[in-house]
Design a protein around this ligand. Sequence first.
Ligand SMILES: [Zn+2]
Length: 220
Amino acid sequence: MLLMHPDKAWGSIIVAEGTSLRRRRFSIGHELGHFLMPSHRPCRGAAFNCSQTDLRLDNTREADRGRKMEAEANRFAAQLLMPPKRIRASLRSRQPDLAEIVRLAGEFDVSKAAMARSYVDAHRETLALIIAHEGRIKQAHRPDDFPWIDHRIGEVLPQDSITASHTLLPGQITPMEECDPETWLGSGGARKVEVLSEQLLVQKDGWAMILLHAEPVDRD
Ligand SMILES: [Zn+2]
């Protein structure tokens, strides 16, 4: 949380005990964002009390003022800890790869989930990220250039996806493999895509990270 003077003359950042160093670094960046952005004022009282859910919001065009501020603070923290130029300069491969996200998370000292979102945004290829838990979609990060994903938060993973039928252990990653675009995109989105590829990283406690790579139909 961020405690501060009403005029922002001073402030104190408080981080929860027991959270990992990487999460704390992101939380501190997030609260710094609230403090430094002049329009950010707590909705109630004199403090920003930010939850784990707040720290995942990423739609800065959100109509709700509170959620919009949270998303902006997250963007601030992400750009501070993982500047897109530095991510691009650190890439070893032009091909999108979850193994590279794991490596970069270590290099930048941030969580894999935070790096995955920033990687998707910084990469020159058209990418989206899905976070799943126990076979259901928990979060999706889809930049504007990625076609509409035809599955909602809370839904079961698409049956034909590579993810739905994997037999990997935590820490293991599939190759980036071509899949039927309609598996994820539905017919409208699928028509805009020449090739859709899917890659899966299995994590502990039933969590999984899915990277989708769309190669748009050449319109020339
Ligand atoms: Zn916040």
